[in-house]
Design a protein around this ligand. Sequence first.
Ligand SMILES: C[S@@+](CC[C@H](N)C(=O)[O-])C[C@H]1O[C@@H](n2cnc3c(N)ncnc32)[C@H](O)[C@@H]1O
Length: 364
Amino acid sequence: MGLESVLSEEIKKLGGENIKIAKRAVIYDGDLELLYKSNLYLRSAIRVLVGITSFEAKNEDELYKKAKEIDWFKYLKLNQTFAIDTNVTSDIFRHSKYVAYKVKDAIADKFTKAKGRRPNVNTYNPNAKFNVRIHNTSVEISLDSSGTSLHQRGYKVDSLDAPLSEVLAAGILLNTNFSEKEYFMDPMCGSGTLITEALMININMPPNFMREEFGFMNWTNYEDRMWKDIKENAKNSIIDPSIKFVGTDISRKAVFATKKNLSILPYGNDVIVNKKDFFKINKCQENSFIIMNPPYDIRLKENEITEFYKRIGDKLKQDCAPCDAWIFSGNIPALKQFGLKPAKKVKLMNGKLDAELRYFDIYS
Ligand SMILES: C[S@@+](CC[C@H](N)C(=O)[O-])C[C@H]1O[C@@H](n2cnc3c(N)ncnc32)[C@H](O)[C@@H]1O
């Protein structure tokens, strides 16, 4: 939520047509090639779904009946496996598992009636993964071309306690213009999600270049040649970084994780990663782009966390000016205690938590 316009821009650049922003989704038209490219290139998308049908259903029987009318044979063969994923926000359909059962029954019964047998369910690596989205009484059924969530980029080998989702980190960065600066700095880098995503944006590397599996690879119409050509093209379009990347963190474990994650990426070993307490940094590089996702630790007492955020604001003013500073946090009351006036605010969510991205233009 909150990244819809960023995502629609990405889709436009990729060549999507008839782009419409919906609630927590962007809808567009395109061919098979664009579908493959969407999975490879979209940084702020969690999954790419191909619409099958949409209808209204007022109860579970109606959902079952209408789901049974779908020509499932177009998407699934008898000897293939399938799975059903659901996103349900409705006062009528309260149990997403039950929604999944109803649609599964509709598919199974349709096959059994026509062919005497039915395809099996496989939740781990199905040939076809269907997505059922219900908002109140509106039902949308689609085919999930991504398989597992696209935040699983394939580069993360080490993770810490509170890492940002790669999709959210990329979406945050696409709200900024960090590539215009000479230095990119994350002084509380954790496992390095913001740096790795920023590096990939800067060198024009698709976010899912390292990922090996996508849902569409299990489809009968999978065009391996087309996919390989798209990847080859992407590989040849990777460029040298135009900025210096620096990541620091007070925790040795975090520094180790960031280095490990970066080491898999092109130019990842050129990133400077050090153990440092942000409050003890002498001076930041002048004219840096600084981004951080400070702890919003619920374990800390409220006054401690508020004081912590205030110290970050003071430190930025004293030792980092002039710079562009972007702070992302799920602790909005603490963000308000920053002691600086934000030039921009973007409302986002971190999982189920309300969060905000704030931009501070810090002068000397
Ligand atoms: C919410 S995590 C950052 C997560 C990171 N964005 C990621 O995706 O992995 C906050 C980080 O701030 C670091 N931190 C806390 N106090 C710090 C300080 N004084 N100086 C530097 N880093 C600090 C913690 O060690 C932790 O790794």
